[in-house]
Design a protein. Structure first.
Lengths: 154, 141
């Protein structure tokens, strides 16, 4: 097992009358364990061309079965008007503007119909669409196993 | 305007051959500008003990705490499950318009942009009726 931690710090000296200072740290554990860390990782950097909605993270039966996965995405652009729309199963979560990041658990839990791009029938891909300009993004998924697809020429 | 920042640090010394260390800070701006977000629900704390899906953030509810959060803006949501991890099987699922994003086990947190289009509430669905405490906060324009 591995030990991976995720820490968030939210702070502001002028949003409220008093200082805002919030910090939380979590360990990334496997489902059904008290302290067994996730030990698989994908880490990518990609250029997302503007105007098309792409599958960023492909759902799979293993992700669905394990249920305890975590996804981090950051928009690395610097023009404040540039943004990407993040969706899950075509349900918009929200926009990441330049410099914005998100960190969410990902359970790939919604049941739908099996298809060519939906081998397990879960269809809870995480999708991304760049707007205004192409966007450079970095994203990571910490997980407990993905379903590997058999090569079509094997 | 206000200056509010959100910093994430992801670190591990043994998930890969080399150490993993990711750290980034986002300043929370209004949509498409470099003007800081000026509104927040403040940090809220909620206890519940049921296994039925319920609305945590009710998009469009008149006079609700997030009544001013609307689509095409740049709201951000923070949610933390304050419970202990226990045996690692209990969690709260977080959903957008009843589509599950993922599961927060005891001690887990999440931070995400919220599109908040019409009807796109943020819902909670616990794995069982164990009393659970959540803390949450929304930053919005």
């Amino acid at each position: 097992m591995a030990t991976t931690t995720a820490t968030i710090t939210l702070s502001s000296s002028d949003l409220l009358t008093d200082n805002l200072s919030l910090s939380a740290t979590m360990n990334l554990y496997k489902h059904g364990t008290t302290a067994t860390g996730l030990d698989e990782l994908n880490y990518h950097r990609a250029l997302i061309p503007t105007g098309t909605n792409f599958t960023l993270i492909q759902e799979s039966a293993a992700l669905n079965t394990n249920g305890s996965n975590y996804v981090y995405i950051i928009n690395k652009n610097t023009d404040v008007t540039d943004y990407v729309v993040i969706s899950i199963r075509s349900e918009v979560i929200g926009r990441l503007y330049a410099g914005d990041w998100m960190f969410v658990p990902y359970s790939d839990a919604t049941t739908a119909t099996t298809g060519v791009d939906d081998p397990s029938g879960d269809d809870s891909d995480i999708e991304i669409q760049a707007n205004t300009h192409d966007c450079i993004i970095e994203y990571a998924m910490f997980h407990d196993g993905e379903t590997l697809l058999t090569a079509s020429d094997s | 305007m206000a200056t509010t920042t959100a910093t994430i640090t992801l670190s591990s010394s043994d998930i890969a051959d080399n150490a993993l260390s990711i750290s980034n800070t986002a300043t929370l701006y209004t949509a498409g500008t470099d003007t800081g977000i000026t509104e927040t629900t403040g940090l809220a704390r909620k206890k519940f003990a049921n296994a039925s899906e319920f609305i945590l953030l009710d998009q469009g509810l008149a006079a609700g705490v997030v009544a001013d959060v609307t689509a095409d803006k740049s709201a951000k949501v923070y949610i933390k499950n304050m419970n202990d991890r226990g045996d690692g099987t209990k969690y709260v699922a977080v959903l957008i318009n009843s589509i599950e994003i993922g599961r927060l086990y005891g001690g887990d947190w999440m931070f995400f942009p919220w599109g908040a289009a019409s009807g796109k509430d943020v819902d909670i669905d616990a794995s069982d009726a164990t009393e659970t405490t959540l803390e949450y906060c929304v930053f919005y324009e």
